[in-house]
Design a protein around this ligand. Structure first.
Ligand SMILES: [Zn+2]
Length: 71
């Protein structure tokens, strides 16, 4: 089962017709490593961005899975 963490910060870029890039900054709940990722959110999921969303990520440092919540 994946552990969850809340994004330390996230920044939504400029939306266009295909999607938007979101910069994520979060602390791994497994190893406390601070990680940084850029994810692409498709246009059909824009509602989620406005209401808060979750994304599955793998820690760059320890390789374990987690769910990062952005809200
Ligand atoms: Zn980790």
């Amino acid at each position: 089962m994946s552990k969850g963490t809340i994004a330390k910060s996230y920044k939504v870029g400029d939306k266009d017709e295909t999607g938007v890039f979101v910069d994520l900054n979060f602390i791994c709940p497994h190893c406390d490593f601070e990680d940084y990722k850029m994810i692409l959110v498709r246009a059909k999921d824009f509602d989620e961005i406005d209401n808060g969303f979750e994304t599955d990520q793998e820690c760059y440092h320890c390789g374990k899975d987690m769910i990062v919540q952005c809200r």
